[in-house]
Ligand binder design. Structure first.
Ligand code: NDP
Length: 381
């Protein structure tokens, strides 16, 4: 019979068992090794990253990195192996969901250990850029692109993040089926949206190389935690609610949520694509526009969605994030953790980016702000 989960059921599901176990170490260890192995053996496109910022260029050495991009193939192969192994009863398909609590604690310890290693190894080798504050350096990192054995840790951690999140989701579908013998339309919507988001992310993996995280941010605790822990364990909390919420959504609600996702995804994809098109070939017409793109003195795009507001890609991402949570209904705030986080993060990021761009583009940025005065919503903010 359909019932809504009690708060106790939701909490119990999350915290069992609340300590690291050898099983968690084994599951995570095999996962990391599998992602590594698949990344090495599967074919990929070889591309060059953006040039390093001035502070990181060393005379006589290459000023950009080369990457092998095969994230989509790695992710799909990993899910295939996990599902086939589960169906053949080599491991339970519910493995990740059953070990959510101890995996979360174990991976947090990994994050602490890795962040400490990054700090100490940069100090010992003299590679890092340190400030006077240990807390700042540990939190923000002291190296731009640390690597171990030739593996670029920043890009590799992003693979663990995205593949781990969807693996967790798949495991929760299996958990609901194991518990109740069916999968709800709410669960299907959440899974469909997150799978499309993951697919899109890897389909345009190339675009990651021109994001702020990859080009400018050091790799320290903040990003290590974000990639290894937050994306896998916090992005997926909707599952705990969806698992026991057996009341189906009405067709009307399904249509509304699908519509919101479609609008958000269209804004997100078109805006990121238009900026990427402009950065790679400034003279070509942008998708859904005609003629050469309009710019501020050939450096800042004001055509397409970038002429409507200054952060159209964030707005699209917010609508997507809200549609990830809407299948859970409005009984609890907790399934809305991801959109709340993303909106907060992006507002802070938009302000920091504005400061960064006004320093970089100076008068041009002022002109851009006059031409496109709003951050997110025309005539509002
Ligand atoms: P942006 O893609 O907006 O990149 C900002 C940079 O783009 C600026 O620093 C500037 O860099 C350039 N730029 C900005 N406006 C213009 C313009 N009009 N013309 C030309 N160049 C411009 O931000 P992010 O990298 O933060 O985000 C990328 C995507 O990732 C977004 O969709 C965001 O929502 C998503 N995201 C998702 C997160 C998640 O946890 N799910 C976390 C963070 C981001 P330059 O100096 O090169 O010109």
């Amino acid at each position: 019979m359909a019932h809504s989960p009690s708060l106790l059921e939701v909490a119990q599901a999350i915290i069992s068992p609340p300590y690291p176990t050898w099983a968690a170490a084994g599951i995570y260890g095999v996962f990391v090794l599998m992602v590594l192995l698949l990344s090495i053996v599967l074919p990929g496109t070889i591309v060059e990253g953006q040039p390093f910022p001035q502070a990181w260029t060393v005379p006589g050495k290459p000023n950009r990195k080369t990457y092998k991009l095969n994230g989509l193939l790695v992710a799909l192969s990993l899910y295939g192996i996990y599902i086939v192994g589960g169906l053949l009863a080599i491991w339970p398909l519910t493995l990740w969901a059953d070990h959510f609590g101890d995996l979360a604690v174990f991976v947090f310890l990994v994050v602490l250990a890795l962040s400490s290693y990054l700090y100490v190894s940069a100090k010992v080798s003299g590679r890092g850029h340190f400030t006077a504050s240990f807390v700042h350096d540990f939190w923000s990192g002291v190296e731009l692109n640390p690597s171990i054995g030739g593996i670029d840790l920043k890009m590799f951690a992003l693979k663990l993040a995205m593949t781990g999140w969807i693996l967790m989701n798949i495991s929760f579908v299996a958990k609901q089926y194991q518990l109740y013998g069916f999968v709800t339309n709410r669960m299907i919507l959440y899974q469909l949206f997150t799978f499309i988001y993951m697919f899109d992310y890897y389909f345009f993996e190339n675009a990651m190389l021109s994001t702020w995280d990859i080009i400018s941010e050091h790799w320290g605790f903040m990003l290590v935690f974000g990639d290894l822990w937050w994306m896998v364990f916090a992005f997926s909390v909707q599952n705990f609610y969806l698992l026991h919420e057996l009341q189906p959504l009405s067709n009307f609600s399904v249509l509304c949520i699908l519509g919101l996702f479609a609008i958000g995804f269209t804004i997100f994809r078109i805006s990121n694509y238009q900026k990427n098109q402009y950065k790679t070939n400034p003279n070509q017409p942008l998708i859904f526009t005609k003629g050469k793109p309009e710019t501020i003195e050939g450096r800042l795009l004001v055509s397409g969605l970038w002429g409507v507001v200054r952060k159209p890609n964030y707005v699209g991402d917010w609508l997507i994030a809200i549609s990830f949570s809407l299948p859970c209904g409005f009984s609890y705030l907790f399934p809305f953790l991801y959109p709340i986080y993303l909106i907060t993060l992006n507002i802070h990021r938009a302000i920091r980016d504005d400061e960064k761009c006004s320093e970089k583009y100076k008068e041009l940025w002022k002109k851009y702000r006059q031409r496109v005065p709003y951050y997110f919503f025309p005539k509002i903010v």
